[in-house]
Design a protein around this ligand. Sequence first.
Ligand SMILES: N[C@@H](CCC(=O)N[C@@H](CS)C(=O)NCC(=O)O)C(=O)O
Length: 201
Amino acid sequence: MKLYISNTSPYARKCRALILEKGLEGRVEIVEAAPLEDPAELQALNPLGKVPALERERGPALMDSPLICEYLDTLNDENWIPASGESRILVLRQQALADGLIDLTIGRRIELMREDEQKWDFWADRWAKGIARTLDVLEQERGQFERSVDLGALSVAVALGYLDLRYADLDWRERWPALGEFARRWFERDSFKKTAPPTGA
Ligand SMILES: N[C@@H](CCC(=O)N[C@@H](CS)C(=O)NCC(=O)O)C(=O)O
């Protein structure tokens, strides 16, 4: 199997960290691809043109990190997503909040990277407010995931790591200290050390 990634993509990092946590690195080859350069092999797997994308030995390629993680979780018995019930819904909800936090952070960054005459403050402010609201909720709800070792907690930690990369001026640890402590523990894990984005990226 081949997982197409870019080394700054937080969605890809979630899949890569899960592969390491589940001990699947011998079964999944990591292939770097720069989606903005329109690589033909990536687009053949994922017409959306995005990373991550997973080429499987059998069956169509998979796109979208929640679906890829769902598939990876079936590959051995060390389960990171509960099979059913409310615990499954809560883990998937944490992943949805975390992925949404990444979506907002990327949206804000794209807005801020525009030429001055193309910038639209309304959107940058809107994304920033959504990020702050989501961090408020995660801080309040941390009791649901802060001691868990599952895909929900992993996803939240990946999203917090992405804030460090792309929204460093937020100083989120100051305002949401419990999330800071939660992230500190995850960032010590091998799966996070091995998937950290390159410095200066
Ligand atoms: N919902 C998708 C989002 C994937 C995504 O947006 N990936 C970015 C990299 S961080 C990408 O490939 N962007 C290229 C593009 O939008 O053309 C997932 O969870 O995998």
